[in-house]
Structures are given as C-alpha cells and as structure tokens.
Design a protein around this ligand. Structure first.
Ligand SMILES: C[S@@+](CC[C@H](N)C(=O)[O-])C[C@H]1O[C@@H](n2cnc3c(N)ncnc32)[C@H](O)[C@@H]1O
Length: 269
C-alpha cells in the first residue's frame, strides 16, 4: 500500500509557494476484537506504513505487533477516568501529528463507529481541516458471540438484534436507555460495557417482562486466546457473576440464540 501518495494533501489556499503546507491524513482504523486474523487487509496495510499510531486500551498486543516498527506508538488509553479531557487531548494530538506526518492511524478496538467515539473524533478532525477516513473493523458485539458459538440471528430463534450500551455517560442527547423498549424491540439483545451495571440491567429486563429463564451469555476477551464465557439465565446470572468473579470487558447477549452455544461452541479456532 502506498500510504503517502494516498494521504498527503496540499492545504495551500493561495499561490504563495512559501506558505504551501503538506498535511498528513488521519485514518480511524478498527482493530477488531483481538484475534489478529480478524483485522481487515486495509487496516493492516495502514498499520504497516503508519508514521504514528495512537491506540486505545482494548487493542490487542497481537494487532499492535503489526505496526511498522519505525512508527511512533502512543497509548491513548492510559489515563482512564479522565474521559472528557483525555478525549480533547487525543483529538489535539491527532491534529498535531497530522501536521508533521503523512500517515496517522487512530487505532480503536472493534469498530470505530460502534461505541468507539469514532464519529465524534472524525467530526472534530473535519472541523479542524484535517483529512480523515474511517476503516471499519469487526465489532466485538458480533465477533465475541460468534467465537462463543452464538449466532445473533437464527431462522428458528431470532430475526432481530439490538446493540446497546450498558454504560451511559452524562450529557447525552437521550437521558436514559429505555430497557422496556429494548426488551420488547428485538429477539436478541447485545450489550456493550454491561458488566458493571448488570444487576440494574437484568432487573430492568425482568421488570419489562422477560422471563427469569431467558438465556444470557457473557463473553470476556472475545476472540483472544483467553476468551471466557459464562452462560446462564436472567434469574441467576447476577449471582453467578458474583460467585465466579467474572469481570469486564465482556459482551452480554440476551435471547434464545444463546442456547445455540451448547452445539456451536464445539467449533474449532
Ligand atoms: C468502549 S466499547 C468499544 C467497542 C468497540 N468499538 C467495538 O466495536 O467492539 C468497549 C466495550 O466493548 C466490548 N469489548 C471490546 N472488545 C471486546 C472483546 N474482545 N471481548 C468482549 N467484549 C469486548 C466490552 O463490552 C467493552 O466494555
């Protein structure tokens, strides 16, 4: 891949050659859920010729090992808990790096536009006059269940899926997730960032009318060598999480498709 030819842009808006400045381009690249084999060819090509890679905490070491050894690697996930400031700092860093480097990769776990703040970052870069492009990745909400033997749709059990966050931030356009609507809106529910609030989410889904027997699966570090699964029912999952000490990061799947795990988890990776 000839990244430089693809990315360099002349941002001069006048005829004065002295003031002509060449800026780089920022690529918002999805790193997928962890298995390096799930990285897209386009994303891999960009990692191999990147000048700078700014990556998040959930990007797997196996994917990071694909990065051009000469590239500057910056961990933007280090200072967790300072989200708003960190986001501003990260965006500014991208803008600064694009002033001096042709290929700047913003590497995000899964897909950048699925609960990854990719939309926000891209908007800010466009507003700052920086060339930017998204390279989608395989989102963990699809890949982790798949590796656990859970198809999100199945002709016999589910013809609809909802992807929802279990972790709501303040200042959103919508004050709260309507779990009642989610419970009735589709047959499979996939919850990102749902472990911390699981007792509340389960309580809401049961209050909305889902049976205590509804199957539920938690898939931690999906697609990685240390993937862990916890398969249970809505009525007992919270107790099981406490008993086993199951922790984030994990994808939660609710619905009859979870029963397919019994057979499809016999697949080999
Ligand atoms: C901020 S969201 C980022 C989602 C990401 N953009 C994606 O498309 O997968 C972080 C959450 O994604 C989920 N997640 C990311 N990678 C995962 C993995 N390998 N296995 C299970 N869950 C994962 C967890 O729910 C985690 O708390």
């Amino acid at each position: 891949m000839n990244c430089k030819a693809d990315s360099e842009q002349d941002v001069s808006h006048n005829d004065d050659k002295e003031n002509t400045k060449t800026l780089g381009k920022v690529y918002l690249v999805g790193a997928g859920p962890g298995d390096p084999g799930l990285m897209t060819l386009k994303g891999k090509g960009l990692l191999e010729c990147a000048d700078v890679v700014i990556y998040d905490a959930l990007v797997s070491p196996a994917v990071l090992s694909m990065v051009n050894p000469q590239a500057e690697k910056i961990n933007a996930g280090k200072r967790r808990g300072r989200h708003s400031l960190m986001q501003e700092e990260t965006t500014q860093l991208l803008i600064d790096k694009a002033q001096d480097h042709a290929v700047v990769v913003r590497l995000k776990g899964g897909d950048p536009f699925i609960f990854g703040r990719g939309g926000e970052e891209m908007e800010e870069l466009i507003n700052a006059g920086i060339a930017v492009e998204v390279v989608p990745g395989i989102t963990s909400g699809i890949a982790a269940p798949a590796y656990a033997g859970i198809p999100l749709t199945h002709r016999l059990y589910s013809s609809s899926v909802t992807f929802v966050t279990g972790h709501e931030t303040s200042g959103k356009y919508h004050p709260a997730i309507n779990w009642h609507a989610i419970a009735h809106g589709s047959e499979t529910i996939v919850i990102y960032m749902g472990i911390h609030n699981l007792p509340y989410i389960v309580e809401q889904l049961i209050a909305a009318g889902l049976s205590l027997e509804t199957p539920i699966a938690l898939v931690r570090w999906g697609t990685r060598p240390d993937q862990e699964e916890l398969i249970d029912h809505l009525g007992t999952i919270v107790e099981q999480v406490e008993k086993t000490g199951f922790e984030a990061p994990a994808i939660v799947v609710v619905g009859a498709v979870v029963n397919m795990h019994a057979v499809l988890s016999k697949q080999e990776h």
